[in-house]
Design a protein around this ligand. Structure first.
Ligand SMILES: Nc1ncnc2c1ncn2[C@@H]1O[C@H](COP(=O)(O)OP(=O)(O)O)[C@@H](O)[C@H]1O
Ligand SMILES: [Mg+2]
Length: 232
């Protein structure tokens, strides 16, 4: 059944050093997320949600514990294998969009394919299709700086999904948007999530967002606990 598990964490711990002190952010964290599942990560500010997401996204590494991503053991992987896994399996969506301002919308979306060695013409063609899917085809030639927040997040979603990853990691993706735009962005993410059967993890402060996810986990005091739908 292992092939049905997207994320498996066992005994994951992570500390940061501040001057002479050690701050233990995650303490022996255990949890699993199935392939195609949606999961909200909630918890107070500073509790370690972004740290957890960085470890899941292979941007940071635990001090101890076992992390399997799509059945691949991360602890034993070489750095080039990790870079491959990150590029092929994971799409990121951030609160502040993280688009490259000097590139056009189309070029931003094509970038993950270019990093994988896809030729420019083919990458741009696929990017155009993806922009159509998120309702942004008519802005393809714009610079990202000239878009509204909601439009930037649509472009960021297209960029995250163009490589057909198995996992989307979204860190407060609606945190900078008004409530109406936030709802539209969430609906877009969830509809593409269903189409592509991609696993989706969202860090959120918004109870309504969390309620739309199948699984909810709370990070608190370094521990991760799974919650029932009514506990939030
Ligand atoms: N790179 C880092 N170096 C040192 N401390 C960090 C680093 N990243 C996060 N921290 C600390 O770890 C704790 C958890 O941070 P974070 O994961 O960003 O929390 P959250 O996303 O839940 O607000 C905070 O106290 C933060 O200051
Ligand atoms: Mg955070």
């Amino acid at each position: 059944m292992d092939n049905l598990i997207c994320i498996s964490m066992k005994g994951i711990s992570k500390s940061y050093r501040h001057d002479a002190k050690t701050l233990q952010v995650l303490k022996h964290v255990n949890f699993q997320v199935g392939v195609g599942e949606t999961c909200a990560i909630v918890g107070p500010s500073g509790s370690g949600k972004s740290t957890l997401l960085s470890i899941i996204g292979l941007l940071d590494f635990p001090d101890e514990g076992d992390y399997l991503l799509m059945g691949h053991s991360v602890a034993n992987a070489q750095s080039d294998e990790l870079a491959m896994l990150r590029k092929s399996e994971i799409g990121f969506v951030f609160q502040h969009y993280n688009l490259i301002a000097r590139l056009s919308v189309l070029e931003n979306v094509a970038l993950p394919l270019r990093y994988r060695g896809v030729d420019r013409a083919s990458a741009l063609e696929q990017a155009m299709q993806m922009l159509g899917r998120v309702g942004m085809a008519d802005r393809a030639r714009f610079k990202s700086a000239d878009l509204s927040g909601g439009q930037k997040q649509r472009v960021a979603i297209a960029r995250a999904l163009i490589g057909q990853p198995s996992l989307i990691l979204a860190d407060e993706p609606t945190g900078s948007l008004d409530s109406e735009t936030a709802r539209e962005i969430l609906e877009l993410l969830l509809s593409i999530q269903k189409e592509q059967r991609v696993t989706l993890l969202i860090v959120t402060h918004d109870n309504q967002v969390a309620h739309l996810m199948q699984k909810k986990i709370r990070v608190r005091g370094g521990r991760v606990e799974e919650m029932g739908a009514s506990v939030l």
